[in-house]
Structures are given as structure tokens and as C-alpha cells.
Design a binder for this molecule. Sequence first.
Ligand SMILES: Cc1ncc(COP(=O)(O)O)c(C=O)c1O
Length: 396
Amino acid sequence: MSPASTSSTHDPLIDWRREFPTAESTLHFISHSLGAMPRTVDAALAHYAQTWKTRGIRAWEEEWFQLPTEVGDVLASILNAPAGSVSMYENETMAQAVALSAVDFHGARNRLVCTVEDFPSELYLYEGLARRGAEIVRVRARKGRRMEEADILAAIDERTAMVAISHTLFRTSQVLDAAPIVARAREAGAWTLLDAYQSVGTVPVDAQVIGADFIAGGSVKWLCGGPGAGWLYANPKTTAALEPAITGWMAHHNPFAFDPGPIRRDPGARRFWTGTPAVPAFMAARCGYDVIARIGVPPIRAKSLRLTGRMLALADEYGFPVTSERDAGKRGGMVCLDVPHAEAVCADLLASDVLLDHRPGVGLRLAPHFYTRDDEVDEVMRRVREAVRRHESAGG
Ligand SMILES: Cc1ncc(COP(=O)(O)O)c(C=O)c1O
């Protein structure tokens, strides 16, 4: 089949498209950055306002106090993790901060192993730990920003306290084989924290198979949950006795005792909570999580591989340099095209009806998701080619 011919494959996921108005009204290729809003968010937020208005303080007992647990359990089902193992925060950086605050970086075992390709927000957090005794080991990338699992394995030893790495890299969409890294870290006596933000919702992440102590992520991207909801899976088999230094009254086994301390932590997942939960954000986020949980990640992954494969074939046909991972076994949901005038091309397309973004070093970033039609892949690639040609002929 020529890459540019229209696929006749039956698409069992396309019926979900009508639940995402933005996907209907734009060429939506930005789910690696901001997933489309589920139609149900309107009603969820209206319900929140109505509850606050009519039930007042009673809303906590009736609904809001349970919400983070319920929302976390939807995520747990997506991660194949036990109920009660996922805690909610306002973003992933905070989720990681809580996990890291439970780890001791003093003494001979003070190293945190990460990679240069991890998301900057997390790298800044690790920099902060360096001021409190940690030695940060940043594993370097190979040519083309590719990470080799062997290089990460080689960086782990008896001085390693924590291995904190990405599951899918945000710039190149390379998926790392995390399970052997977790196994090596555990053998060396180190904790593991996986940044799965660019995976969960498009690349399967099975907490039981990977075995990590912590997995963190957010909701804005593939989970279509909007801003304000980050999350942390804490492995109940390995983390149940941890004492995070970043904590709060919601981590106490009885928050409403207003006990002045020392804190007696909840024996379950609430031990990783902090203060008052972000109720409206979690209500909105649940709408996206519910859809992903109902579809299941494996069919989303199959469609993603089919559509990104089509984009890569068209990129080759059009002569666009590809800077993201190509190998189907290792690529996440996004394709990066380092076309000439990428920044201006991105601005042009955004000014029309194409939603995409641009990152220094990798060029245009484009991603289909479960609501994308096959013909939109052809259309967006045509639109990129036209915009590149326009800028080239303008001599820009
Ligand atoms: C891989 C990865 N980790 C972390 C983040 C940042 O997460 P947050 O803003 O929720 O702290 C992002 C956001 O783009 C990301 O892509």
C-alpha cells in the first residue's frame, strides 16, 4: 500500500471522536502536549459548582473527600495497579517531589541516576536535591539524543539511592525498556521512580510487570484530563513504610483529629497525600481517565503505531528529516519532523486550524490519538509540506 493512499482499515475507536469536540473542530495533533477535552467535562465542572453552591461544607463528606481516591483508582486500573495505590497532586513535579522526599540522600549512598533527556522540570527538582546531599548522575544520550538502556544500567551501583528516569522521552518519543533497569536498581539496593507522563494513555504501562517503586505522571496529555491533576503510584509492596518529608494533614490516618504530631500516617495510599485536594481539576481529569480506562490502552497503542507509521512513511516520501524514534518497538505516540523553518511553520499552522507544537532541537512535534481519523494524518502532512514550501519560496 502506498503510504499516501487512504487506509480502508476499520477503526473501532473512531466512534469516541464525537466525545471530543476539539478533535472535531481542528486538526488535533497535539495530544503529546494537550489532549482534547472530553465533552463530559462541561457537566462535571457544572456539577462541581452546583455542589459547592448548594451543599456547601457538606460537599466534603458527601463527595469531595472520596474524590482523589476514586480518581486515583481509575488511574490504578489503567496501570494494572491495586486500588488505593495512586495518589493525586496538582502536577507531576509535585508527585515526584513527594516520592523523592521519602528517600535519604545522605551518606555513602547518595546518588540519583537520571538522564539528560528527562523532562527539565524533574531535572530542576533533582538539582534541588543536590543542595541537600544528593549527587546527581545524568546519563548522557548517544547520537540523535538516543538513550541506551545499557548506559543507564552501567550508572547504577551501591552508591545509588534512587534511579529516576523517563519511560517515554518527551523530545524524541523513545520508549525505554524500564523493567530491567528497575530490576538492576533493586538488586543494587536503590529506589526507582519512573516518569511515565509521555506514556500513560498511549503506551501500555503495567506497574506489576515493571515493578518500579514509584511511577509518576500527569493528565494534560494522552489522558485528556486537563491541567491541575498529577499522580503518583506507590508500590504497596515496597513503599508502605516510607515517610515522605513533603506531606500534610491529609496523610494523617485521621486528618480531622487535628493532631499536632508527630504525624501518624494513614496505613494506605493516603500516606503520600499532602493538603487539600484540587477538587475541580480532579473532577475534570476523571472524564479523560474514564474514557482511556473504558477503551483500554492496548487498542490505543495499536492505532497509534498504525498512524505514526503512516506519518513516518509520508515524512520519508516528502523528504522531511525525522528526529523522533522510528522503531515500532521503541516509539511512543509522537512524531518529530525537523523541517526547514520549523518554528515559523508551526506558528503558521497554529494560526490556521492545525494544533501541533515545536521544540528546539527536534522541530515540529505531531501526534495522532485514538480520536484521529486516518485521512487527517494525510491532511496534516500535506499541510506541513505546503507551509514548508511557502516559507522556502519566501526565502525565509
Ligand atoms: C515527560 C514529562 N514529565 C514531566 C512533565 C511536567 O509535568 P508537570 O508540569 O505536571 O509537573 C512533562 C510535561 O510536559 C513531561 O512531558
